[in-house]
Design a protein around this ligand. Structure first.
Ligand SMILES: Nc1ncnc2c1ncn2[C@@H]1O[C@H](COP(=O)(O)OP(=O)(O)OP(=O)(O)O)[C@@H](O)[C@H]1O
Ligand SMILES: [Mg+2]
Length: 310
């Protein structure tokens, strides 16, 4: 990579009492890209992001944001970095959204246009209600607007679309796409794997304070991994018999009653074997589909269906 990374985390460690929340995590975020950090509850996402924001001090390792140390150089970084905390907008419960954004915009040299931001995030219908009277999703949108209004070079967004309705989520995605096009670096966390897939240039999957896997969504879902064939049929088919008909490395599962998944290196011959087996058993394979494994498949496999490995 030629350009200096916007964010560089090296061997970061953070402990709380007995808990090691971040356990030797390293990460580079290229400038002008969107990075999505995925991981189960308690994986260390918020802790990592809050260290990048300068809110927490690392126990070991180093973090550089725009080449600066967020803990020591907070004053220099603050005007250049936008921050949205998890369950945002706990700030100023009596403030009115537009007034708050106008106030924040005046603290910055080259802010975004407040009426534009207000309209884009659907805040124009909120009138003069103070933050404490807004719904959770409305407060969330105000927090996002507050993170962006200063036209930051880097934004850290901790679950920015949690609790947003589908339309607001879409507007947020569009806004983040536009920011990226304008050269802004975005680091966000999410539990929505389709959001990461749709939005991110780079996806980082973490668990127990470490990076388990990273890459573009394509890199994470292709490579050496098998493909998946999905089809529907009557419940409780004899999956053992289908398994026996297929090559040794294939797996067959009834993932839900009447819903089947074959994982294998798919080639035309394997597909023909599968459909012949269906024909021999008088089964119409409904909605038969051959595809790559989804990012969700990869995620669940890495994390383990049980959830966190901590
Ligand atoms: N202030 C704190 N004091 C003590 N332990 C904490 C504190 N904050 C977080 N932890 C612990 O550190 C670990 C990582 O928490 P963190 O909030 O970073 O996870 P997360 O990945 O953001 O999870 P979520 O998806 O639920 O937001 C958890 O085990 C949590 O209990
Ligand atoms: Mg969190």
């Amino acid at each position: 990579m030629s350009a200096a990374p916007a964010v560089e985390i090296s061997s970061l460690v953070k402990r709380y009492d007995g808990v090691t929340a971040v356990d030797g995590l390293s990460l580079r975020v290229a400038a002008g890209t969107i990075t999505a950090v995925l991981g189960p509850n308690g994986a260390g996402k918020t802790t990592t992001i809050e260290i990048c924001e300068g809110f927490r001090r690392p126990d070991a390792g180093s973090v550089r944001v725009l080449g600066l140390d967020p803990w020591r150089d907070g004053a220099a970084l603050r005007p250049r970095v936008g921050v949205m905390l998890q369950e945002g907008a706990g700030f100023y419960p009596g403030a009115r959204p537009v007034e708050l954004l106008t106030h924040l915009s005046r603290l910055h040299a080259d802010p975004l246009d407040v009426p534009m931001l207000v309209a884009r995030l659907g805040l124009d219908t909120l009138g003069r209600a103070p933050l404490r009277r807004l719904s959770g999703g409305e407060r969330q949108r105000v927090a996002l607007a507050a993170a962006l209004v200063g036209r930051p070079e880097v934004v850290f967004l901790d679950e920015p679309t949690a609790g947003l309705d589908p339309q607001a989520r879409r507007s947020t995605w569009q806004l983040l796409d536009e920011l990226r096009a304008a050269g802004v670096t975005v680091v966000l966390t999410t539990h929505l794997i389709d959001e990461a897939e749709r939005l991110a240039d780079h996806v980082v999957i973490i668990d127990a304070g470490r990076v388990l896997a990273e890459g573009t969504p394509q890199e994470l879902t292709s490579g050496v991994s098998d493909d998946v064939i999905r089809f529907g049929g009557p419940p409780r088919l004899d999956v053992g018999s289908l398994r026996a008909a297929l090559p040794d490395t294939a797996t067959v599962r009834e993932v839900a009653p009447g819903s089947y998944e074959v994982t294998a290196r798919v080639d035309p011959r394997l597909l023909a074997t599968l459909t012949s087996w269906c024909a021999a058993n008088d089964i119409l394979a409904e909605g038969l589909q051959v595809g790559h494994r989804s990012l969700e498949d990869v995620y669940l496999e890495l994390i383990g269906a049980e959830g966190t490995t901590r």
